[in-house]
Every structure is written in structure tokens, then in C-alpha cells.
Design a protein around this ligand. Sequence first.
Ligand code: FAD
Ligand code: NA7
Length: 543
Amino acid sequence: MGLNDQVQEVDALIVGAGMGGIMTLRRLTADLGLDAVVIDKAPGVGGTWYWNRYPGALSDTQSFMYLLPFEKELYQEHVTKWTSRYVKGPDIRRYLDDAVDFWNLRDRFHLETELRSAVFDEQAQTWQIHTDKGGYRARFLITALGLLSKMNVPDFPGIENFKGRIVHTADWPADLDMTDKRIAVIGNGSTGVQFMTEAAKVAGHLTSFQRTPQYTVPAGNREWTEEELTHFKETCEDRWEEFSRVKIGFGIDEETTRTTLGVSSEEREEIFEWAWTKGGNYTFTNETFCDVTSDREANEEAANFIRRKIAHIVEDPDTARKLTPWEPFARRPICDSGYFQIFNQPNVTLVSIRENPIKEFTETGIVTEDGTLHEVDLLVLATGFDAVDGSYRGVDIRGREGESLRDHWSDAPRSQFGITVSGFPNMFMVLGPNGPFVNLPPAIGLETNWISRAISTIRDTPGASIELRPEAEEKWLDTCLEALDGSLFLETGSWIFGSNIPGKRQPKTANFFVGGMDKYIEITDREADQGYPSYQIHVLAPV
Ligand code: FAD
Ligand code: NA7
């Protein structure tokens, strides 16, 4: 028998060693005592934070809200170590590594192991899982593949001619020294903005090849005071309790009922200025007024404020013009640590590839339509992800009667709560399609608690499986679509709906439940409290 034929029996196989996989493992071992294993194709744990090692990688959730929730001891141990408002990528990676040791789970991680297929065996009511390293048989399959984990590497015609180095920000090599290099960056989303702001400090020359300008506001990163850190430590449980009363859970004040047009123009300017000075993407969108992301006129007021700031900061008027967004201010909001300012540096250039497209790649660089050859040593693709369902599409997952997940999602990715899919018994996703659009660590905490509780109902019944009813899946998709009705977010080309990948977006796609964390908790708790009415429990007859 070859290595690849070996089959390991476990109660639960978890795929993905990011926050979601780690938290699932913790729940299933500590709460349910299951024999569970996590596989990941990465050589280390951390998921997003294992892969995204580009210079400048930073959370844009405030540090006290970017920790695994519902784990008081671990939370209190770490929250005071993160002394600034946002956390650097390497610190998050270290924290997740520490969490694994803190709970003594290290030997349950099988790394450098890629999921190839998972097939539900109806006779045995178990999942047969194939990886590049061998097989597993598991009663429960939990996929925590990440919603921003499959890289988007666009097919730029002729790129193979380029002889310099090409790197995607989500696969950043340890040995890369950017000092004095001529760097070209394609992509100016959250990642591109963070990366360019950092790279501009050391690059010989940095050229941003920008397709769509984006709104970004100052991050307002700063050191926390001792009092603030003590407060975060002492109030962690209140914070978790707060999730059921808030919409997005980024640790900001979400209480305002003030409308943008309900105040005078002077007052509006003052409030936006206050948010700009304080910093923070969600401070700007959600602490200022209650309608910035939902009302078109309000949104335009916020957009205009940022446009005026760009004109004020960027010295060259033509560069300022190119950096000025025209879309509604309705992608996932982003923040920066001096992004617009870098375009005043002599070593930074902006090329609008909307106005002056890339014509070809040569051995030494990029030629634009105007005939300019931009000589480049390093090409950085900050081109984002095939998000949400992207990492599921490359794996062959088959449920009841051999139906593949890809086919099941042929007209739209669908699930209930972002967790379960009809026809796929005893399979649970963490942050799957149509989960909540919120700060993600609390969502991971809520979903993994829910998964653990659902599994607990059948754990002690041999051969039992729990499976979502098809009508419940349709209903949840409709709930997600209804919550989106009239949303300005639908009008931008972002990853939220898959519009960033040519041809991907399907008409019925919701991808997220935007009705708020409070509502999500109410609905998911009700489902569990009522004994899972949307689910069927099958019990295998004894032989
Ligand atoms: P991931 O961390 O993406 O982990 C998924 C894992 O699954 C990966 O390690 C991957 O290798 C593995 N995997 C996938 N497919 C397979 C396969 N077939 N076989 C084996 N292994 C597989 N969210 C916020 O809420 N706030 C933030 O500030 C924030 N900042 C971010 C910054 C960046 C640069 C990025 C990219 C994302 C950010 N996010 C942020 C989103 C972030 O992804 C989540 O916060 C969280 O880390 C997701 O954890 P996860 O475990 O669900 O997925
Ligand atoms: P994003 O936000 O999807 O940004 C990707 C960027 O790459 C964006 O500027 C895109 O331009 C650009 N892009 C993508 N494909 C191309 C092609 N083919 N040509 C030119 N430019 C392209 O990804 P990020 O990694 O920045 O952020 C993802 C999330 O991670 C973020 O929301 C945070 O939650 C963390 P476009 O705007 O599509 O014209």
C-alpha cells in the first residue's frame, strides 16, 4: 500500500488552518471531545496571515476585535500584547501559532496537505477524503477554506515575456528585498494601498498601474494607552455580549441615528473631519452618520469629502484626478497610513491603465498604449482573490447521490447561514457563501459555536447525520438577496459579489447576509433553540 492509499479514521476532518480551522478544532476537541484533525496545504498555521506576508500587511479591524472570541483566558493573555490600534500581519500569525500551543493542539495539524476531493459515502454516512498525502475517513467534514484565500492571478497577455520577478501579495516570499528596486504594482485595493505605502519608503521607483481608483481614509493607527488596554482586558465578556446588539462588530460606536443630510453642511463637514482625524474605515462609514453606506445622497456627500481631501493632499493635479474615485463609496471600506501622500514623492508614479492600458510586457518591463516602456525589476500583483466560493470551486466535493458542490452552486453559491448546504450531510463550512458581512473573528466564533452545537445533537447517535432541507437553503438565499435590495454595494466592481473576476458574478449571487450581526445571531440561535427545524436527521439502520 502506497502512502497515498493510507486512510486515517477520525471523527472530524477540518480543512484550513486559519482562524476558522483553529477555532473549529478548539470547539470540537474542548466542547465535544472529538478526535479531530486539521489539514492545510500551507506549511504553517495562520491561513490569511500565513500567506499574506507582504510588507505593510495590517488588520484594519482594531486589535481588541481581531482576536478569537469566546475564549477569555487566551483573549486576556493576548489583548494587552497588541499595544497599537491595528495589528501587523506577523503579530497575528504569531498569535494564531501561540493559540495552537496554548490549547495543546499542535499534533492535530497535518500541514502541507491539500484537499483534493471529499465524497459522502451514503452507506457508511461518512466522508471519504482524498488529499495529496493520503486519505481520511471522517464522520464530519468542516471546511474552513477561507473567503479571501484563493489568489486572483489575472491572465495578462504576454506576461511570460517579462524576465523580472513576479510576486502575488498573498504568496510573498521570505527572501525578497525591495530596496532600490524598480517596482510595478497592479492592484490598489486594501492590499495594494497597504503595500504601496510601505514599499514607497524603500523602492528605487514605484509605479502603480491602477485600473479603478478607490476611496481610502486614514487608519489613525496609534499606541493604545495603558487604561485602554486594561479596559479591553477587563471587558471582553461584555464585548461578546454586545455582538447580539450590533450590526458589524468592528468595535466602533454603531449607535448613531444621525442622518447625513439631517445636519447643516458645516456640521456635516465637521463630523467627517472628526472621523478623518480620528481615523478608521468603519469610523468614517458608520460612526459619522447612520446612512453613509445605504443612502445614495449621503454616500455622495461622504465620497465628495474624500475627493476634496485627495485634491488637497496630492500636489500634481493630474495625478490627483486619476486617484479620484467616481463610483459610489460602496466597496468594503479601506484605510491607509499615508497612501495619497506617497504620490508626492519623486520615486512614485501613477499610471491609469483605464486611460493608458498596458499594451505588452517585454523582458524588462511594461509598455503602455502611449508607447512608454516602464522598466521594472519586480512586478507585484496585488490583484486580490477569487473570493468567497473561489477556494471551493477547485476541490471536488460530492454530497448525496454524488452531486458535486460545483453543480449545486451552478447558478449561485448557496447555503444556510454560510454554514450548511442541502444535500451535503454532516458537512459544515466556516465563512462559507451567504454568511454574515461583519468583522470576521466574531463571525468565526459564532459559526464555530453553532457548528459545535449542531454536531452535539447527533454525536452520541452512531450513524446519524444532519442535513439541511433544500427549501431552507432557498429561503436563506432569498433572505440574503432581500437584505441586499437597493444596496449601493451592488454597483461597484468588488470581490464582494465576485465582480472582480471576469464572468464570475451570477445573477442570484448574494455571497453575504448584510442584515447585520444582531439579526444573524437571532436567526441562527432560533434555529438551534427550536431543535433545527430546517434540518433532517438521518439515522443509519443497524445491520
Ligand atoms: P483563511 O485564513 O483564509 O484560511 C484558509 C486556509 O485554508 C488557508 O490556510 C488555505 O491554505 C487553506 N486551504 C484552502 N483550500 C485548501 C485546500 N484545498 N486544501 C488544504 N488547505 C486549503 N478580516 C477582518 O475581519 N478584519 C481584517 O482586518 C482583515 N484583514 C485582512 C487582511 C488581508 C490582507 C486579507 C487577505 C484578509 C483580511 N481579512 C480581514 C479577512 C481574513 O481572511 C479573515 O479575517 C480570517 O483570517 C479568515 O480566516 P479563515 O480561517 O476563515 O480563512
Ligand atoms: P481587492 O480589493 O479585490 O483589490 C484588487 C485590486 O486589483 C483592485 O485594485 C483591482 O482593480 C485590481 N485588479 C484585479 N484584477 C486586475 C486586472 N486584471 N487588471 C488590473 N487590475 C486588476 O483585493 P485586496 O487584496 O486589495 O483586498 C481584498 C480584501 O482583503 C479587502 O477587502 C480586505 O478585506 C482584505 P479593480 O478595482 O477591479 O479595477
